[in-house]
Design a protein around this ligand. Structure first.
Ligand code: UGA
Length: 441
């Protein structure tokens, strides 16, 4: 008989996981403490922008396999319960806030049936899973808890969930592993690597992976600083070192750095946990990774000041991009929005464009000016900053855009635009990590 699954927490992770599991043929019920979210999801609508998800979700609801509920007791007869709630940074420090994970466990523990398995997918500080497992068994002795971290990227959530590059399962129980092998039978049949670990290792895999990715980005941004100082070009440097397969060319895009709801808070929470464990020295370097990342935002502001001759007051600045990365409407810890807000605070008149993230950006920074069209954003601008590398920005016609601005200065904060095309159209073009090499086309 097919397993019945529940998903607790229906944000990016949970909504995607629920829809994808239903598409594999499982009966799935998603629950959330936010009734508005459940109402939307029940109608087949996704409360955030994620390519492919809405179609999949609507299709699965129509099939009758996927349901959403505001009532936690509706999950009681499920066999496997995935905890997918958020673990944001605490307000007054760098640690992870475990309020939602703890609450999720407390809500499922007393109501689930004997023999069922709770599976944590949220990113948590090492040690959390063992504590939650003890608590679960105290409340409901004939159940078990395993950990199964999620590695999906926003913008590729469906693809990454259906075709993950590995599956990691933290458990000491063969029975729990066998249950999860049934859930992921299709991936296993397709040859997805399966790594069984103990609970702490499975929690650590996730934060180690995100720390490594953050380190790669900050490494290349540190090289960008050196290139600026020495007259080099970080884009050429990245390309050249990336040909070494031990280094690889991915995640070496220099620019304004990483943001979003994961990388920044995960490296900070990892440092906080290491300190609790007395192992803070091992992760001292992550402090530097964080500083390099935040410094990139200041460096681009310095570049603006250089080109606008110090005084930003009353200067019209156009910003392309508000989301923390393209193909997402997520503005959590977005470098683009942070830079926009800082320029505005310095007296500039800032107009921000983004194809999907304006509504979220407006909620966070209501005082910023937003434009629906790219042309309106460029109109009369004295400087343009490209801060989130949406495809539509790469497709702009530099000659046409030049006719709209007052002064044609472009700063590419993502090293993603075609420099020579913009320069050929008469733009003064600058980028992070690239010294003023206007003679090189
Ligand atoms: C990240 C990880 O990539 C996922 O594997 C992980 O599952 C997820 O966090 C999570 O913990 O849930 P995500 O936050 O969606 O995924 O975004 P990334 O694609 O990793 O990008 C993060 C940030 O780094 C973005 O702001 C992006 O613009 C920036 N970035 C990325 C660079 O500045 N340079 C690069 O070369 C690559």
């Amino acid at each position: 008989m097919s397993l019945k699954l529940s998903v607790i927490g229906t944000g990016y992770l949970g909504a995607t996981h629920a829809a994808c599991m239903a598409s594999l043929g499982f009966e799935v019920i998603g629950v959330d403490v936010d009734p508005a979210k459940i109402d939307l999801l029940s109608q087949g609508k996704v409360p955030f922008y994620e390519p492919d998800l809405e179609d999949l979700l609507a299709e699965q609801i129509k099939s009758g396999r996927l349901k959403f509920s505001k009532n936690i007791s509706d999950i009681a007869d499920c066999d496997v319960h995935f905890i997918c709630v958020g673990t944001p940074q605490v307000k007054n420090g760098i640690a992870a806030d475990l309020t939602y994970v703890n609450a999720a466990l407390e809500s499922v523990a007393p109501i689930i049936k004997a023999g069922s398995l709770v599976v944590g997918k949220s990113t948590v500080p090492v040690g959390t899973a063992a504590r939650l497992r003890d608590r679960l068994i105290e409340v409901n002795p004939k159940t078990d808890l395993a950990w199964n971290p999620e590695f999906l990227r926003e913008g590729f959530a469906v693809e990454d969930t259906l075709r993950p590059n590995r599956l990691v399962v933290g458990t000491n129980s063969d029975q729990a592993e066998a249950t999860l092998k049934k859930v992921y039978a299709q991936n296993l049949a397709e040859g997805t690597p399966w790594v069984r670990a103990d609970l702490p290792t499975s929690e650590l895999v996730k934060v180690a992976a995100n720390s490594f990715l953050a380190t790669k980005i900050s490494f290349i941004n540190a090289m960008a600083e050196i290139c600026e100082a020495a007259g080099g070009d970080v884009t050429v440097l990245a390309k050249a070192i990336g040909y070494d397969p031990r280094i690889g060319n991915r995640f070496l895009q220099a620019g304004i750095g990483f943001g979003g709801g994961c990388l920044p808070k995960d490296i900070r929470a990892f440092m906080a946990r290491a300190e609790e464990l007395g192992a803070q020295q091992a992760l001292e370097f992550l402090k530097e990774i964080d500083s390099i990342n935040l410094r990139a935002r200041q460096r681009i502001i310095e570049l603006v000041r250089k080109d606008l001759v110090d005084d930003l007051n009353g200067k019209k600045v156009a910003i392309l991009g508000a989301a923390f990365k393209p193909d997402s409407d997520d503005v959590r810890d977005s470098p683009a929005l942070d830079i926009a807000a800082q320029l505005q605070a310095a007296g500039a008149i800032v107009t921000v464009h983004d194809p999907k993230a304006i509504a979220n950006a407006q909620k966070r920074f209501p005082a910023l000016k937003f434009a629906d069209s790219i042309d309106d954003t460029f109109k009369d601008a004295e400087i343009v900053l490209h801060l989130t590398e949406w495809k539509i920005y790469r497709e702009l016609d530099p000659a046409k855009m030049k006719s709209l601005v007052k002064s044609s200065i472009m700063i590419d904060g993502r090293n993603a635009l075609d420099r020579s095309a913009w320069r050929a159209a008469g733009w003064k073009f600058r980028a992070l990590g690239v010294s003023d090499n206007s003679q090189i086309k």
